[in-house]
Design a binder for this molecule. Sequence first.
Ligand SMILES: [Zn+2]
Length: 77
Amino acid sequence: MDARQLSGQLGVQEKEVVEHLAHISRSLAAKGRKLVIQPSECLQCGYVFKDRKRFTRPGRCPQCKKSHLKNPAFYIR
Ligand SMILES: [Zn+2]
């Protein structure tokens, strides 16, 4: 799920979800599991933000400068 979907499911602000994700990521690492980020993608030119480690959505695409981006999504491995 992405932060917006989690926000809807959990009834907390999207901003809070992002803060929680940082905690969850650390807790999981301690248990030998991993919070995997499915990177954000530009819906305009297909650029993938694969080196981005943050949980927030990027502002705009570095390639085409548009801000028509897919939210990063998260899952647990
Ligand atoms: Zn782009």
